[in-house]
Design a protein around this ligand. Structure first.
Ligand code: NAD
Ligand code: WQD
Length: 342
């Protein structure tokens, strides 16, 4: 059984990916410092797959801890690097923390992979690297724009590090997935997103509003140049996204990659406005969303969605979960969280 090292594997996207990896016959070992997740996630994974993944609490921004981990796990065949800080607003307040954590962890991981002869890496990048693109949908050749936040900048810088390392480390295969807006939860409601404090992202804020934890959802702007005036994003189901990692890992392990640094858009290819999303949620769940239109949020872009042709043809991956099913899963997860708190 091939062993995959998943950093940040108790986090939102990492935990869903661990499930898909295990269900595809891979052995998984997780390292996470639990700065934005908790150890109980392992129970959720085990409930779904019947297998408890190996886990070590490690800070990957610490070189010594990271090297110690790799020196003890020489049979790892590939790494998926999710571990990062990801709150856009917080990154503006704490830029050094974000650069230190997100850049050092990637450099430590790649450095140790080189040292211990581990060739294959999949990295979590983001559509944030495109900013407000001039032409939509965005393809992988769409020029990247200067990031709006230190967080976004760490993603662009990490991609650059991978590109530069790949130029000289010909034996290494580095692959970045540019996620659009991941939402939803596992249909079992055993794992999902665990937002810390007041959520910044739309779906956790929406589901907390419907659950009565927040009073009202603010829709940030209805004066954008879009059909209904609210902003447009490409919302990708987290299980579809998790499956993209399994496909990417297989591509590297089977040597099917066309270059030793590659990057792919991972979205649905469909743009959905905030107001359309609210309507879809109401249809999917039968619940009413209490919302009001407020001003635009600083730093938001107007619209973005992916051209996923490259992922469809090269990876053989496609998003398949219908939006309403994703939203029903997000609501089921919110209800599950509510029960846990009682
Ligand atoms: P998350 O916060 O739920 O998961 C990240 C995990 O990494 C957490 O469990 C955290 O404890 C851990 N971590 C952070 N720094 C660490 C360190 N130094 N050492 C060890 N563990 C560390 O976030 P997520 O939404 O699952 O995101 C996973 C990845 O995908 C991140 O790299 C994120 O930037 C990227 N991404 C997320 C989104 C999104 O909207 N959720 C979109 C695009 C890209
Ligand atoms: C979605 C839409 C908001 C909250 C962020 C990061 C990005 C990537 C994904 C990591 C926007 C609107 C939101 C609310 C609202 N992450 N909204 N009311 O901003 O597209 O992307 O997460 O890489 O880098 O920036 O996601 O979920 O915050 O917002 O109206 O209470 O919902 O204005 O149009 P965003 P989001």
């Amino acid at each position: 059984m091939k062993k995959i090292f998943v950093t940040g594997g108790t986090g939102y996207i990492g935990s869903h990916t661990v499930v898909e990896l295990q269900q595809s016959g891979f052995e998984v070992i997780i390292a996470d410092n639990l700065c934005n997740s908790n150890i109980g996630v392992l129970d959720g994974i085990e409930q779904i797959t019947g297998i408890r993944p190996a886990f070590e609490q490690i800070d990957l921004a610490d070189e010594k801890q990271t090297r110690d981990f790799f020196s003890r796990h020489r049979d790892v065949e590939a790494v998926i690097h999710f571990a990062a800080l990801k709150a856009v607003g917080e990154s503006v307040q704490k830029p050094l923390e974000y650069y230190r954590n997100n850049l050092n962890s990637l450099m430590n991981v790649i450095g140790c992979m080189r040292e211990y002869g581990i060739r294959n890496l999949v990295f979590s990048s983001s559509c944030t690297v495109y900013g407000q693109a001039d032409v939509l949908p965005v393809t992988e050749t769409t020029p990247r724009k200067q990031a709006e936040s230190p967080y976004g900048n760490t993603k662009a810088m990490c991609e650059d590090i991978m590109r530069d390392v790949a130029k000289v480390e010909k034996g290494m295969n580095l692959l970045a997935l540019r996620y659009f807006n991941p939402i939803g939860a596992h249909p079992s409601a055993c794992i999902g997103e665990l937002p810390n404090g007041v959520p910044n992202n739309l779906i956790p804020y929406l589901t907390q509003t419907v659950a009565g934890i927040r009073e009202q959802l603010s829709v940030f702007g209805d004066d954008y140049n879009t059909p209904d005036g609210s902003a447009i994003r490409d919302y990708i189901d987290v299980v579809d996204l998790a499956r993209a990692h399994v496909v990417a890992i297989r591509r590297l392990l089977e040597g099917k990659n066309k270059a030793n640094y590659e990057y792919f858009n991972i979205g649905t290819g469909r743009g959905v406005s905030v107001l359309e999303l609210i309507q879809a949620f109401e249809r999917a769940t039968g619940e009413k969303v209490n919302y009001r239109i407020t001003g635009r949020r600083a730093g938001d872009i107007e619209k973005v969605w992916a051209d996923t042709t490259l992922a469809n043809t090269e990876l053989g991956w496609k998003a398949v979960v219908p939006l309403e099913e994703t939203l029903a899963n997000a609501w089921r997860w919110q209800q599950h969280l509510g029960k846990m708190k009682k």
